[in-house]
Every structure is written in structure tokens, then in C-alpha cells.
Design a protein around this ligand. Structure first.
Ligand SMILES: [Zn+2]
Length: 427
């Protein structure tokens, strides 16, 4: 596997075909389906607002169910509210291979996030049906419910949904529990939707990159190494609120001044070591918040992300040490809440190789890359090996009506997915 990894890392070349299956998806059909799906919840600037459990979500889901039935899948909605389409394999002793994504969106979202992967998975099944190909593995095409609200449907399969999460109010105004029921699930029977670790052969998800790397580097396919882990900590800086007119500059304990220095320091620490880690101060609250009062207290939100948890925890420790020193400059005090960490989910190295080989066999350029955004695949990684395929997002824009992926790139991604599934099945 080591050498395969190295080969992948040295990739980004358009290689000659190596006995690919001649099977291809119908790219026109996927793009037509994308257009059709975008009608449900269409927003004025040209994207969709199809938040989970809304009427638009229900309409989009019934459209997807129709396509899945046309593709010859046996469709049911599991207790968690996921749409599951199954196709038998020729070897009943094999565990199922899962492919899919989601079709819910953020408010004022675009037409590609989740939709590309969901419709391409359905197209793969449709292609297999039309060419009368039976895989050895049973195939499950899954459209997960409410990905944008916290990977709810896929989480239900792996980690499970506890009471606290079921009671959360989603963007639609419904709780997760109410919403799960509204889409045809049964929140009282969630145990029946859970899957055991080791119960699946694997999961492949095609998705738009949602960043601009592939487009910038003119690469067709991203082979995802993993979904980054995330660390959050609330940072409080305490100074002393005093009169902004009468307190001399050398006698101030200005919490906001320390915060400003801190924000710059976060950027310096994060960029001060090689790698692709990212760090952000995304919000800030200042007290008391007036023209004529020196800020006495600041609370801000620090976020760090990377594929390597040890690395971002190390960076967090370094930032804390730097904060200590900054506080001394103007007698302010920094304190950090215990970091809340969502762990990175790595994709399977062998799956990475399968995807890279599939891309190569189709004549596509590809490269290994992390996913900075969360995906259903991170939840399914608890159950078995997962792999993810990225296609370019024009301008790196996502979660916006301006989100766009070119029809050819979508077709390429769907073909890479289909070839990967065939190659996996042949192993
Ligand atoms: Zn998504």
C-alpha cells in the first residue's frame, strides 16, 4: 500500500487507459436530473433552499425515489428516514456495498452539494441495469436525510441518534424527531436502522469539492484522503472596562487590543508550520461595546481543522502558550474552554487507490486531497472502509446559489464512481 500511496502522490498526470471497463454513465441524463431536482425549493438567485424536512425536501425526495425505482432498485425508507435502494448481488455471502450522498441543502444553497453524488449513484445503478450487469456484492444506493443539519441520517446508521439530538430544532422548524417522522422514518425504531461495524463491504461517495483547488490546478478528480477533524474552543479575554477619554494609553487593560493581537497570532501559528491545516477566529463579542469605553471583556471562537488530530491539538497548545505571553503585554487574562473535538475520518488507502486507478483508466488527472467540509462518509467510516471522489467546484464557491460544477466534470465524476464500484466488486 505504501508504494501505491507514493504513486498516487506523484500523480496528477493524465495516464493511458489500463483496461477500463467500457461501461459509461449517461452524462446528459445526470445533468438533466440535476436540473429537474433543482426545481424543488428553487430560490430567486438560481440555487435551492431545500432544508431537510421542508415541503421542498419532501418533493425532492419523492423525485429521487422515482428515479431509484426507474433504475430498478428496491426502494424503502429506513427508520432513520434515509431513502435506501437495494440491488441484489450474485454472491449472497458478501456484505453490501453502499454508494450515495444527500439532497437536502442549506438555506440559500446551490444545486450541486449532495445532489451530484446522489444522482450519480442512482445513475450508476441505472447504467448497471441497462447493461444487465449483476455485481457480486449487493448494492445499496442511499440518499441520507438531513446531512446539512449535522449528518443526521448517516449518523443514525453509525453512532446513532440520542435524545438530545432528536430534540434539536432543525432549519425547517421541526425537531429532528418530528422531521424524521415527516420524511417517513420512525424515530421510535431507530435501532433497526443502526448498522454494526463490519456489516458493510464499503461506502463510496461522490461530491463536489466545495473548494477551489481542483479547478485552480486543472485537475479532474480529487481522491479524498479523509475528512478533517475540527477543534472548537471559546476564548475569553478579561481586561478592565474604563473611561476611554481619561485613561492614558499606558494604563489600559484593553481586552479587544489583546484579542486583535491574538487573532493575528492564530494566523501566524497556523501558517508557521508546513501542512494544510487551517485556523479561524470566526466570531467575537465585545463588552461593554461602546465608543467611549475601553473594552473590558472579549469572547471569541477559535476553530482549527486538519486530517491529523495530534497536529491540530499541538497547534492549539502552542496558541494557548502564545496567548499567555500576549496577555502580559497589557495586563489582560486569557482563558480557553476545553476544546470540543470532532475526530478526523480517514478514507481507506485501498479505496483511494481504487479511485485513483479508475480515474487513470478513464484518462482523468487526479490528486490526493483532504476534505475540509464534513460529509456523510465520515459517519459511515464507523461501519467500514469509505472512499470519496471530488469533482471541481467552479470558483470554489459552495453553500451559495452561485455554486456550480461543469456538466462534463459531473459526468467524469460519475464515471469514476461507476468504474470504482466495478473494480471494487471484481477484487
Ligand atoms: Zn454535501
Amino acid at each position: 500500500m505504501k508504494t501505491a500511496r507514493v504513486a498516487l502522490l506523484l500523480c496528477c498526470v493524465t495516464a493511458a487507459a489500463q483496461t477500463p471497463s467500457p461501461l459509461r454513465v449517461n452524462g446528459q441524463r445526470i445533468n438533466d436530473h440535476l436540473k429537474e431536482l433543482s426545481r424543488f425549493g428553487a430560490n430567486p438567485p438560481g440555487g435551492v433552499s431545500r432544508v431537510a424536512y421542508s415541503d421542498a425536501d419532501l418533493q425532492g425526495r419523492s423525485y429521487a425515489i422515482g428515479l431509484m425505482k426507474e433504475a430498478g432498485l428496491d426502494v424503502h425508507i429506513d427508520a432513520a428516514g434515509n431513502i435506501v435502494g437495494t440491488r441484489s448481488g450474485s454472491d449472497p455471502t458478501l456484505k453490501p456495498l453502499l454508494i450515495g450522498s444527500h439532497i437536502d441543502s442549506v438555506p440559500m444553497g446551490g444545486n450541486y452539494d449532495g445532489d451530484v453524488g446522489s444522482l450519480s449513484a442512482i445513475e450508476a445503478a441505472q447504467t448497471l441495469r441497462e447493461k444487465q450487469i449483476t455485481l457480486r456484492h449487493p448494492l445499496e444506493v442511499i440518499v441520507f436525510q438531513n446531512e446539512e443539519g449535522g449528518t443526521i441520517g448517516s449518523r443514525a446508521l453509525g453512532e446513532g441518534l440520542d435524545e438530545k439530538r432528536l430534540n434539536l430544532v432543525s432549519q425547517s422548524g421541526k425537531t429532528i424527531r418530528e422531521g424524521t417522522r415527516a420524511v417517513g422514518g420512525n424515530p421510535d425504531q431507530l435501532a433497526s436502522a443502526r448498522r454494526q461495524p463490519g456489516s458493510i463491504a464499503g461506502y463510496f461517495e461522490l461530491h463536489i469539492e466545495q473548494g477551489g483547488t481542483l479547478e485552480r490546478d486543472k485537475i479532474d478528480i480529487g481522491v479524498v484522503e479523509g475528512i478533517v477533524g475540527i477543534l472548537h474552543s471559546d476564548v475569553t479575554i478579561e481586561g478592565f472596562a474604563n473611561h476611554a477619554g481619561t485613561t492614558p494609553m499606558d494604563q489600559r487593560r484593553d481586552a479587544l487590543l489583546s484579542a486583535a493581537r491574538f487573532i493575528e497570532k492564530v494566523n501566524l501559528v497556523v501558517t508557521g508550520v508546513p501542512g494544510r491545516q487551517v485556523g479561524t477566529v470566526g466570531w467575537i463579542k465585545v463588552e461593554p461595546g461602546a465608543y467611549n469605553v475601553i473594552p473590558g471583556k472579549v469572547v471569541l471562537g477559535l476553530e482549527l481543522r486538519d486530517l491529523d488530530e495530534k497536529k491540530f491539538v499541538g497547534i492549539f497548545d502552542k496558541i494557548r502558550a502564545e496567548a499567555e505571553a500576549l496577555g502580559k503585554l497589557n495586563q489582560t487574562r486569557f482563558s480557553f474552554t476545553d476544546p470540543v473535538i470532532s475526530h478526523p475520518a480517514l478514507t481507506d488507502p485501498e479505496f483511494q487507490k481504487l479511485i485513483g486507478d479508475a480515474a487513470k483508466s478513464l484518462g482523468f488527472s487526479f490528486k490526493l486531497m483532504p476534505s475540509g467540509a464534513g460529509h456523510d462518509a465520515q459517519e459511515i467510516a464507523r461501519l467500514g472502509p469509505v472512499g470519496m471522489i471530488f469533482v471541481p467546484s467552479v470558483g470554489g464557491i459552495s453553500h451559495s446559489p452561485k455554486e456550480f460544477s461543469r456538466p462534463q466534470d459531473i459526468e467524469n465524476g460519475a464515471n469514476a464512481l461507476l468504474q470504482t464500484v466495478l473494480a471494487f466488486d471484481k477484487r
